[in-house]
Ligand binder design. Structure first.
Ligand SMILES: N[C@@H](CCC(=O)N[C@@H](CS)C(=O)NCC(=O)O)C(=O)O
Length: 248
């Protein structure tokens, strides 16, 4: 099998859903790591007219695809022949699809918007911050309730649906404006689940790759340019229009 090319910007959470699944399934891939400034330019827009990452090009099937949910569904259908990360019965299959849709429509956009208004928007708009941080908390509450007495979203094993939630949850502190160790306060089932998912060696490998690619682009783990000493300094750079970090 030839490696699948995956287009990413290292700081953004969405590409890491796809890398995580590829790592877990042992799918060979090569990363095309681009700067956030270049997502809305060629050649990225030739691959994804919406100018967002992730996107993949699979030379084995001549398929080019964007939207992380669509990519994960494809990878599972095409390369998870043993059904390691999925279910094939009618109910299981559609419940997995449901949780994946909830992730892409109900987690990513809200977490992204909360982080944007909290940290990156040039003006502080309390009503927008309040609206989106409350949505993040609400979504965490939905998952926490669902996971009560359960280890996984669907069935009795980790699936692609669980994995899809990990990258945004891993940095939910930046969407809530709380210290990292407190990010799951009040949501013990989410915390236990997130620890289970991110305890996988495939997650560790994905995050090692992220650290290397962030370093290559002169970024620190939290997305701030190297050498930025404080968030206040970073905010000043953003106000001056000197920001290159991902927005959602
Ligand atoms: N719904 C898309 C969202 C992709 C997305 O927003 N990706 C971010 C990086 S994590 C991006 O490319 N942002 C570019 C921009 O905001 O211009 C997906 O799930 O793939």
């Amino acid at each position: 099998m030839q490696p699948i090319r995956v287009w990413i910007t290292p700081p953004g959470p969405n590409p890491w859903k796809v890398i995580f699944v590829m790592e877990e399934l042992g799918i060979p891939y090569e990363v095309k790591s681009i700067k956030f400034d270049d997502v809305k330019k060629k050649p990225m827009t030739d691959i994804n007219p919406n100018g967002r990452v992730p996107a993949i090009e699979d030379p084995n099937t001549n398929l080019s695809l964007w939207e992380s949910g669509a990519i994960i569904t494809y990878l599972i259908e095409q390369y998870d022949k043993e059904h390691a990360l999925t279910y094939t019965d009618l109910v299981g299959k559609h419940h997995l699809n449901q949780w994946l849709h909830f992730q892409t429509s109900g987690q990513g956009p809200y977490y992204g918007a909360a982080g944007w208004f909290l940290l990156l928007h040039p003006e502080k708009l309390p009503s927008a911050i309040d609206r989106y941080t409350k949505q993040v908390t609400r979504v965490l509450g939905v998952i926490d309730g669902w996971l009560d007495g359960k280890e996984w979203l669907v069935g009795d094993k980790m699936t692609y649906a669980d994995m899809a939630w990990a990258p945004w949850n891993d940095r939910v502190n930046t969407s809530l404006g709380v210290p990292e160790p407190n990010k799951f306060d009040g949501f013990p089932n989410v915390k236990a689940w997130h620890d289970r998912v991110t305890g996988r060696p495939s997650w560790q490998r994905s995050m090692e790759l992220r650290a290397r690619l962030m370093d290559e682009q002169g970024l620190m783990w939290n997305g701030m340019p190297k050498g930025t000493k404080s968030f206040a300094e970073y905010e000043a750079k953003i106000k001056a229009g000197d920001d290159t970090t991902p927005k959602e």
